[in-house]
Design a protein around this ligand. Structure first.
Ligand code: MRU
Length: 373
């Protein structure tokens, strides 16, 4: 069974509405890049790799509206659209990675069409308007961008499957695994990173049980991970975040696997708020703590986690639940959406290139040298 998170369909972006889950399974259609930006901001689509795919498709949507511009003006417009999308959320590396890849695709397409004199030929096909006058346009460039966005989406699923196989080798028959937030099919184009390892282990015949942290304040664990696991009939038990330490103390957790939003060059990892506390607890109880993430989540331009920008979200996420006020009005709120887990607490990082071990500076450098697919 394949959960479809995001798709490019007839020049629109179709998203599974993650705000409505688990009560309602519905898809929304974005027809403009501004609608995609709103969907990223309000968590209709969320999870680092899924945000990257949404950004690529959103930028392409924006580009579609400007295909009548000549290539240089089109490039300028596309760059401005990408810059706007880049403002949607600050932490997930994949957002910026995907936009950079789209811009490079456009640059390459413009250079190669110039080199092949393709431009001269393609300017003559405007239906005869202008009586033989060449009107430059960018239809061919839009086609390239659509193909690239679809490729990023398809590659993400393939990368997750590879990561899943590597991750599965770390899981033993009978393991009780704790996970935090949602790093599943919903957080990616499909299959998942942390949940991908669990899916792959199950497919290999291992019996596993998953403890799911509810993940306050937005409840990605309770709403999304629990839904995904149930849909796939993977045995799961939901706990509130403050129960995790007690379960570890009771010997109920064998391994912890989480995803990542951004990983610095030294392995320090930003992930959903609460991840750091789990990692410290895991260390105290001698429990392996794994991070599963594609290489596109690793930001080698940042030396340590201290440089990773941490998103702060609205106070209403803490004071309200689905419109219901649960805290006194005007109480001061601090709501960082992510925290940083220092590399020293991470047992290994699972990527599509294999399992990275400490020292991460070296293993990340080696893995990053290889092409992703
Ligand atoms: O705020 P969210 O729901 O986008 O946060 C998502 C996470 O923290 C995930 O763990 C992370 O993006 C990894 S997803 C494969």
């Amino acid at each position: 069974m394949m959960i479809k998170t995001i798709a490019w369909k007839n020049n629109t972006v179709v998203l599974l509405d993650q705000k409505a889950l688990p009560l309602t399974e519905r898809y929304i259609t974005c027809r403009t890049y501004q609608e995609v930006i709103s969907a990223i901001k309000d968590l209709t689509v969320r999870g680092a790799p899924a945000i990257g795919v949404a950004a690529a498709m959103g930028a392409t949507l924006g580009a579609c509206k400007h295909s009548s511009l000549p290539p240089e003006k089109f490039r300028h417009k596309f760059s401005a659209i990408c810059a706007e999308i880049a403002q949607s959320r600050p932490t997930a590396r994949n957002l910026f990675w995907a936009l950079e890849r789209m811009k490079k695709c456009l640059d390459d397409a413009i250079s190669s069409s110039e080199n092949a004199s393709f431009l001269i030929l393609s300017t003559c096909d405007r239906g005869g308007v202008g009586g033989g006058i060449n009107i430059p346009h960018s239809n061919h460039l839009v086609k390239e961008l659509i193909s690239e966005a679809k490729r990023i989406c398809a590659e993400d699923i393939e990368i997750n499957r590879r990561m899943g196989k590597h991750g599965s080798s770390l899981l033993a028959d009978g393991d009780n695994i704790l996970t935090h937030c949602n790093a599943g099919a919903l957080a990616t184009a499909g299959y998942g990173t942390a949940l991908g390892a669990i899916r792959a282990a199950r497919a290999a015949g291992k019996k596993l049980h998953v403890y799911v942290d509810e993940t306050r304040p937005v409840l990605q664990g309770a709403r999304l991970t629990a839904w995904e696991l149930q849909k796939e009939k993977i045995p799961a038990t939901l706990i509130t975040d403050n129960m995790a330490g007690f379960l570890m103390q009771q010997g109920k957790i064998d391994k912890i696997i989480v995803g990542a939003d951004r990983i610095a060059a030294n392995g320090d990892t930003a992930n959903k708020i609460g991840t750091y506390a789990l990692a410290v607890l895991a260390k105290a109880h001698g429990i392996p703590f794994y991070v599963a993430a594609p290489l596109s989540t690793i930001d080698t331009s940042l030396k340590t986690g201290a440089e990773i920008p941490i998103e702060e979200r609205s106070s209403a996420e803490v004071t309200h639940f689905r419109g219901l006020q649960i805290a006194p009005a005007k109480i001061k709120v601090y709501n960082p959406a992510f925290d940083i887990t220092p590399a020293k607490y991470i047992t290994a990082i699972i990527t599509e290139k294999g399992i990275l071990q400490k020292p991460y500076l070296q293993s990340i450098r080696n893995a990053s040298k290889e092409k992703s697919l």
